[in-house]
Every structure is written in structure tokens, then in C-alpha cells.
Design a protein. Sequence first.
Lengths: 487, 485
Amino acid sequence: MLTDLTLTEARDRLRAGAITALDLTRACLDHIRAVDPQVRAFLLVTEEQALEAAEAADRRLAQGDDAPLLGIPLAIKDVLTTAGIPTTAGSRILEGFVPPYTATALERLFAAGAIMLGKTNTDEFAMGSSTENSGYVVTRNPWDLERVPGGSSGGSAAAVAARMAPGALGTDTGGSVRQPAALCGVSAIKPSYGRVSRYGLIAFASSLDQIGAFGRTLADCAALLGVMAGHDPKDSTSVPDEPPDYTQALTGDVHGLRVGVPREFFIDGIEPDVERAVRAAIEQFAALGADVREISLPHTRYGIHVYYLIAPAEASANLARFDGVRYGPRAQVKGMWPAYKVTRGQGFGPEVKRRIMLGTYALSAGYYDAYYLKAQKVRTLIRQDFEQAFREVDVILTPATPGTAFRIGEKIDDPLQMYLADIFTLTPSLAGVPAACVPCGFDAHGLPVGLQIIGPAFDEATVLRAGDAYQRVTDWHTRKPQIAESS
Amino acid sequence: MTVYEGVIGLEVHAELMTASKMFCGCPVVDSTSAEPNTAVCPVCLGMPGVLPVLNRRAVELGLRVGLALNCEIPPFNQFARKSYFYPDLPKGYQISQYAYPLAINGWLEIDLPDGSVRRVRIRRVHLEEDTGKLTHADGYSLVDLNRAGVPLLEIVTEADLRSAEEAEAYARKLRAILQYLGVNSGDMSKGVLRIEPNISVRPVGSDELRTRTEVKNLNSIRSLARATAYEIERQIAIYESGGEVQQATLGWDEARQVTAVQRVKESADDYRYFPEPDLPVLEISREWVEQVRAGLPELPDAKRERFMRELGLSRYDASLLVADRAVADYYEAALAAGGDPKQVANYLTGEIFRQMNLEGRDRDDIGAIRLTPQALAALVRLVQDGVIHHGVAKKLLVRLYEEGGDPVALVEAEGLAQVSDEGAIGAVIEQVLVDHPDEVTRYLAGEEKLLQFLMGAAMRALRGQGDPAVVRRLLAERLAARRAE
Ligand SMILES: [Zn+2]
């Protein structure tokens, strides 16, 4: 089946003329039609545009164009703006909003020949770990439809896991790419902060947000990252350095690679099946010749506190623009302040409101020093933990999540439990370092387990090399959920 | 009776004359005349997912002001978000500067009416983006975001000013500096320059700081002076009657010449400032600072000193000439056209300013009068060369002010050149003496004051063009001759 091809396999066959972009795109769209009514990964399928783009890609292929992603269909998280195509960020407050501009990362992918299949579901404004906070629909985990796919990029992770797309884009603020990748059994990378332009990424927490890539293999993610990475004059926080060729970095060799295992990540509360699978993966690295050693990231336990002050603080300002004055639905009530209150009161869901209030509080006069400023200081300590560790090791391996996919509704009324689902992915985000997630086993319920691979700032190449080497000798990433067979 | 003094600080917002906005590529347009919402883009409209990119030209113009105001320029700048909701603020926050402004600890010296000089301390100068504008109509409001994102410089003094006159002197001087620097037109009526005093009063000799009020809506420096004077008197009256001044934002009602409460402040506003994560810390290198410093134009104080030193002008005249950049430019253009420095200064600060006052025209606007600096220079030369005398020149100047034109051509066409031919003047005087036999007799009989009458009659007969010195001498000679008869 064409939908079983990985992104890299599909690209090779497209170039060889063995398949056409139109066939591949049609296969994806057919599969979406068959599977997505159950999974609900997509908020919008852009079939017509996808088919047109596929025909254009075939014409370019016929002319020998070797653009790196020519003819590759992708699923796009709906927090990335797409000119002329509705973009909602999973929120009712942006219902019907059609941006006049496309995110820089997407522009680069499209220029490289990628084809958008549609916009995928997300927790509202990327705030959540299950997609249950979407203002529109709850996405289901392809491995067990009663369970969550993780979040906030749950739609994109589920789309790749269920073989609806060979690759997808997500965004990651505190784990929103890595955590759903772990729960859905797919590969993903969150690059270093500043590696990929945030222009067109509807901001949640500006100092943390990064666009990341999903694929069935980390090599696929490397191909996507290579196209997206690099300075963008429209994003002053994107770094000026030229990114390396990530695909070339995939040598398959981890011999002598210094691998750190932080003791603070193997804590009470981690599910035994998860710990077992992750420990086995670490042993696999040792077997490949890596030099595995225990390390310490002493401020890890403060990550959740720091994150839930800084991210909501930034969000409280970022979301102030959604007032119904210039775009989006506006409450039809009399008076300026009532219009603000009702528009925002109706447009935002409960988790978004909770975070706006948390952040507003943390920034208020009299509380700023105790909360926001202190959190920034501890963030510096967390960053220094990583800098210190990366003097001794090349990559750090941890579980991506403390547990596997949980049941829909299980944590939705307990925000703290929900926040703990991201506990292992928060600190790399706070430190701004790159981190990948690769499947490394299954629990007793047959649910995937993810391994997190963290690297030094701007050294995505080493992270990708390590994960790719692991995937060359394991087959967890090739397993597919039952539902993927249904078309 | 208690004698009070004002305690006044000024907060000035000056739009910077950049080609494009602070954080996007939109052009800066005249927001009083441009079609609403035509100079906007996703960035300045605050659409989702867009990011600000700093306009370095705005930083450079801000640096000019910081340096001209004798400020320290810290090596690092940080932008901050100032959060509040209002429909003219697209993002729900304004990108401003808070803990790390562009320039700090400066000063500006102003001349006081008693001839002394006061140094006004500048607390800070920082960059921010302007908001849009609301137009309130019947039951609804219209939002125009052309102005949203225009670079704005905020210049804040310490509360060093003590009277409305001092506030006015500071405002005039600062406005002149902004104009000299080419960063702002100084046009308060269009809102590109906004000056807001905060005012309290206290008994002279005390150093207490009492409750203060802020005054907004001032569309000229004249209204700043009037509103400040009014507010000082209002507060004194409150204290004198045993009351308390309430902390409030007041609006100046230009029509009624009173302040009125816009908003009472019960607690301090909480803008929840925090560092703007979308913009990296801005480093200001010493090289950049020195480069900007080297490129600063001659500022009013330096120009005044030069006018005094090189042109021999009085301090008073020189101060008047440098107070507005437009006036200084006009003056220097007249000198360049060959006008005598002192004479040009006299006409400019005398008759021309008088005409402008009569017309209600701001000195700022001197560039628009019909009398060109070249014409003024030519007029001064005509007097110096003895072609016309001062009285004619003054009349001519009024005419040139009203109608424009070339004075040399005008003098020729209308035969206004001074008559100094003694034969011609002598003949006219002879006729005057013949025409006024009675007055001549009485003069000769000792009524000395009739000389002035005869002089006037002679001048009139010469249609004002006679050289007065010659007329006076010849008249005296003729009368002496008659006495001798
Ligand atoms: Zn703009």
C-alpha cells in the first residue's frame, strides 16, 4: 500500500518515477476518508488544493526537478497559518478565520514540493496533552480509540500513526510534539529554540514555541527539518547560522557516542513498562558501542513549576489580541467592555482561561518578582544543568513520558495530573535544546512507549544520528496499529 | 497667606519620522488625512502568528534624541510588553521599554524669563509603538490602525519645573531640538508630538510631593502653558479652601479653557510588564553611539552661541532666532542671500514676528509666509545702500509679507526710491514754505515746534521718499535764510 511508505521511501520512488504524486496523494486522501471518521485527526481536509499541488508536483518531477520534498503529502497542525485556508488553533475564537499569510516553515516546505493534505486537530492554542481541549473535536489514539493521542499536536501524531500521512508538522512548547509522538508510536523532533522560524505559528508561549516534525522514522523528520530550518528575517529570534545537512548526518554510527542517563528522570510515578522499555533502549545504545553513563540534571524537578509560570505568563499576553475587534467571531452585545468579555468568555475554553488567569496573576504587580522573575532565574539554572551535562555527554536519553496513552476523560478534570504527562519534555523546552522522540517498545496493553533523545543547543544532527542509528537496529517504529489496515 | 509653587514634570510622546513603522514594513502616513486602515499589514494589525521585526532607523533616531539630551546610553536595551485592553491596541499589549530603556539620566537647560538658566533633568527616553485611533460616532466607534505601530519616543523629565512659564520654555526647547534633529515635525495639532504635564503644587520652600494630576488633550504649546497655569491655580484654590486634590487624569477643554476630569485613578494601573520574548536584547555598541553622536546637527544652544559670537547678535535676539528650527533656517537663508545679520535679525524679530502674531501664525510655520528670506535680504540691502529709507522699507515689508514679490522690482516699478537730490528736495521745500506762509511767520516769531509741522509737510510732499536727513538740513537752511531777510 502506498500509505505504508515512509516519507523517505516515497520520495525515492517519486524520483525514480515508480509512483506519482497524484497516486500517493489520492491514496492518503482515500485513507483519510476511510480512517479519519474514527480517529478525527483532521479539522479540515484540503482535498482540492492537495490534488492540484500533486499534479503540479508530477509536472515538476517529469522535468527532473529534484526539490527535496517534491510530491510528499503532509498533515499540518492547525496552529500554523495557511494563506487562504481556515486556521483555528483549535479554538472557537478563531472559527472562520482565514489568514492572508502562510507560516515561513510551511512556505519552505511547499517551495520544496510538499503537499498539504489538511489541518490537524490540536488542543486549543496548543494548551494541553491530549487534544481533549480542542474547541472542535477529540482526536483518538489509533492504537486504542478509547485513548488520547497525546497533545497538543495529537492530530498530527495520530495522522502519521494511522498512515494517513507519511509526515506531519506539529508545534512543541513543553512537549507537544514529543509527547503525542510517544503516545502514538511515531518519531518526532523538536528543534532547538531559534532553529525554525516561528512566523505564522500562532503563539502560545513565545520563548518556548518551536515547530517540530513527525515521521514514521527519524530520518523522515530529518528530511522535513532540513527544509524548514534556517534564519527568517521575519523572526528575530531565529538564529542566523546556516543549518547543517541533517540527512548527511545520519551515518548509523554511534560508536563512542557519550550517552547520559539522568537519574532524575527515573522517578516514582513512571509506569514500570515504560521504564523497562526505555532501559532496554539504553542497553541497545550500549550494544551499539555508545558510552553510556549516569548523569544528573539536578533542577529537573522544578521544571513543571517554572514552565507553568512562564508559559501561561507569555500566553496571557499572546492571547490578548483575540478580542473580536479585527477578526474572529464578535459577541453581539452592546458596549465595548461587554463585547470584550462575552467574546473572550465564549471563545476560549476552560484550559485556555485557566492559563490566562495563571499568567495574568504571575505578572501582576506585587507578584511578578515572586513568580515570573523567580521562574526565569530557575529557568537559567535548568539551562545550566544541560550545559553542564553536555560537557560530559553528547546526548541524553530519557523516557519521553511517564506513562503510555491514557483514557479519554481520565485526566481532563484534573489539570495537575494532565500537566504531569509532560514532565519529561518540559526541561529541554525550557533550556531551548533539541529533543527527539522515537518508539522504543510497547506496554502490556499494546500501547507504544517513547524514548526521548536530547542534544546540546543547535546540535540536532547528533540527536538525529543517534535516533536513526537506533531505528536501523530496531523495528518498533515499523509496527502499525490495526486501524491503519482498514482501507 | 501661603505662597505656592508648581511641581511639574512633562511626559512627551514624539512620533519618529521614519519611512516605515516600528516593527513592520508599513509606511508611516499622516494619520489625520490618510484613508483609514490603508497603511496596515498582518503585523501591525496584530493578527495571529505574526512577529515584530525592529526598525533600526527608529533606534537611531531615538539615539539622536538621547544624545542631544545629554543622556547615558546603556549598552543593552530590552523591549517589554505593556498589557491592557483597548480597541486601538491591536495586540492587547504595546511593545515598549521598561526596565532597560534607550537612554537615561540626561538634562536640558532652559532660559527663564528672569535671565537665569535652569537645568531640567531627563529621567528616561524610551522607544515604543504608537496605538491606532478611535473615532466615536453615535452609538459606535470606528477603529483606524494606520497609526498603530508608528515608532514613538517617550521623553520623561523629573518634576523639575516650577511654573507654567518653565513648562512652556522646556516644551519649546525640546520641540526645537526634535526639529533640529530631524526626528519630529513638532506638529502638536496633528498629534505627532504630544505633551502631557503632571502637576502638583506645594508651599514655596517645602520639598513635599503632593497628589498630582495629569493633563492630556493639549494641541499646542500655548495650550500647555494655559492648562498648566489653570491647573496650578485650581489646585491652589482647593488647598486654600481646605480641600484635597484628587489624583486624576484631566483633559484640557480648549474651547472653555478649563481642565475637566477624564478618569479618576483609584489605584495604580497594572500593565503587567514583562520582557518581550519576540525580540532579542538589543545591543547598542559604543561605535554606533559615537557614529550617531558625530552625525548630530548643530543644536539650538550651539547655534545661539555662534550667532552671538560670529554675528554679534544679542543673547535675546539670538535666542529668539534659534528657538524654532524653521526660524533659524529662515534667518540663515536670508544671510546666505546676502542680508546683513543684525538688520535681518531686527526685521525678523520685529516686524515679521509682529505680522505673524497678527495673523495667528506659529513661528514654526515661517517657511510658509509669502516674504521669502531672499526678498528680506534684498530689502535690507536696499536700505543699506540708501536706495530706500527705513520708513519705506517697513511699509514695503508689510506688503511683501501679504503679497510676496521682489522688493527691487517693486521699488523700481513704483518709484519708491529715495529722493536725495538736493535740488529736487530744495524745490519741494521752497513750495512748502510758500504754501504755508502763516506757519513760517509764526515759526520765525519763535514757535519752534512748527518746524516739525513743516518737516512733515515736506515729507508728505515728497511722498515719503525724501531722505529725512537731507530734508531736515535743507529745511533748516531755508528757514534760516528767511530769518536773515
Ligand atoms: Zn504593518
